[in-house]
Design a protein around this ligand. Structure first.
Ligand code: HPA
Ligand code: ZN
Length: 336
C-alpha cells in the first residue's frame, strides 16, 4: 500500500538494535550445525527453527527472553559468523529504509565463552563497512555492559586492552547498559560511565523498560547519558517527563519488544501519544528483531495502525531521530 511505502521512504535512523538479537532461528540452527554447538536437549523449543519461533511468541518477561538470547548467541564462534549475522541485519535495515544505524553488541556475552573481543569486533566491523559501501547505510557500533554481572566484571571488560584499543581507534562510538534491569540500578556503573565520558565516548543506558522511573533519573544524573533506551515507564513521573522534554533527551523506544516481553499489553498501551503531547523526543526501533516478530518498519507500521499519526508527526519523529543520532553534523544535514 502507499502508506507502507510512505513509512518505508521516511529517512529512518535505528538506535536500538542488539546485533545478537538479529540472530534468526534459521541462522541459529545453521551456525549450530556448522560449529558443532549443541543446543539444550531438555527444552523442546530447540527441536527446530519453527518450534523455537513458536516459543518466542510466548515470552513472559525480559528475563525469560534473555535466557533464549544468551543460548542463541552461543552458536557465534568465528569472525565470519558475526559478520554474517550483522550483514543479515543490515540487509533488512536497507529494505526497511534505514539511512543510519547505531547498533549494540554485548562483548561480555562472547568473551565469557572464550571468544576474543577482536573476533567479534572484526566480524561486526566488516559488515558495517560493507553496509556503508553497498547499501549506503551509515553505521556506528556501541559496546553494551551486562548489568546482571558483577560490577568488577564490567569494569574488567571496559578496561580490556582490545576494547580500549577499539575506543582509541574510533571503531566504537559509545557505550550502553543492557540485560536484566530490575535490581541492577544504574548507579552501580557510575565509574565506567564517568571514564567513558572522559574518553569521549557517547553514553546511553536501558532504563524504564521493566525498572522504575528512578532508574531513568539516575541514568541521566549519575551516568550522564544523552539517550535513554526504552524509557516507557517515564509516563509514571510527569515531572521527570517534563525534565526530559526540556533537555531534549531522546528515548529509543521499541513498541513490539515491549508487547512481546509483556511490559505493555498491546501497542495501544505504548505511551507514544503521551510522549508526543509532552514534547518528549523518541525514535522507534526493533530491539531484537529476530526474537520480537519484526524489524524497524514492522514497528513503524504497528505504531501507525494504532495511533494513526499524521504526516507531520511522522516527519517530526524522523527529524528527532536524525538529530538524536551520534553521527556527524554533516551526515545529519544529508538525512534531513
Ligand atoms: N533489554 C535489556 N537487555 C537486552 C534487551 C532488552 O530489550 N535486548 C537485548 N538485551
Ligand atoms: Zn534493548
Amino acid at each position: 500500500t502507499s502508506l507502507h511505502d510512505f513509512l518505508r521512504r521516511l529517512p529512518k535512523c535505528e538506535h536500538h538494535i542488539h546485533l545478537e538479537g538479529a540472530l534468526t532461528p534459521s541462522l541459529l540452527f545453521q551456525l549450530a550445525k556448522k560449529n558443532r554447538i549443541s543446543l539444550p536437549k531438555d527444552d523442546k523449543a530447540f527441536i527446530s527453527p519453527h518450534s523455537l519461533l513458536a516459543r518466542y511468541a510466548r515470552f513472559s518477561s525480559l528475563d525469560d527472553f534473555l535466557g533464549y538470547y544468551y543460548i542463541g548467541m552461543s552458536v557465534l564462534v568465528h569472525e565470519a559468523d558475526f559478520e554474517a549475522l550483522a550483514w543479515d541485519y543490515f540487509q533488512h535495515a536497507s529494505t526497511d529504509g534505514v539511512h543510519h544505524a547505531e547498533v549494540f553488541f554485548d562483548p561480555q556475552a562472547h568473551t565469557s565463552r572464550g571468544i576474543a573481543y577482536t573476533t567479534v569486533l572484526s566480524g561486526f566491523r566488516n559488515a558495517c563497512l560493507r553496509a556503508e559501501r553497498e547499501l549506503h547505510i551509515t553505521t556506528e557500533l556501541i559496546t553494551c555492559f551486562l548489568r546482571h554481572l558483577p560490577v568488577p566484571d564490567c569494569l574488567t571488560a571496559f578496561e580490556n586492552q582490545d576494547v580500549q584499543a577499539s575506543y582509541l581507534a574510533g571503531h566504537i562510538k559509545g557505550i550502553g547498559l543492557d540485560s536484566s534491569e530490575l535490581n541492577f540500578p544504574p548507579h552501580l556503573f557510575k565509574e565506567i560511565y564517568e571514564r567513558a565520558g572522559q574518553q569521549g565516548l557517547r553514553r546511553t543506558a536501558h532504563a524504564g523498560e521493566e525498572g522504575p522511573t528512578s532508574y531513568i533519573a539516575d541514568a541521566l544524573d549519575i551516568l550522564g547519558v544523552d539517550r535513554i533506551d526504552h524509557g516507557i515507564r517515564l509516563v509514571e513521573d510527569p515531572a521527570l517527563m517534563q525534565k526530559i522534554a526540556a533537555r531534549g533527551t531522546l528515548l529509543t523506544t521499541c513498541p513490539m519488544s515491549n508487547v512481546v516481553l509483556r511490559c505493555i499489553k498491546s501497542i495501544g498501551d505504548h505511551p507514544i501519544r503521551k510522549f508526543l503531547d509532552a514534547g518528549v523526543k523518541f525514535s522507534i526501533n526493533s530491539d531484537d528483531p529476530a526474537y520480537f516478530g519484526g524489524y524497524i518498519l514492522d514497528n513503524y507500521c504497528a505504531v501507525h495502525e494504532v495511533f494513526d499519526l499524521s504526516v507531520e508527526e511522522w516527519t517530526t519523529i524522523c527529524r528527532n531521530g536524525i538529530e538524536g543520532s551520534w553521527c556527524s553534523e554533516e551526515r545529519k544535514r544529508e538525512m534531513l
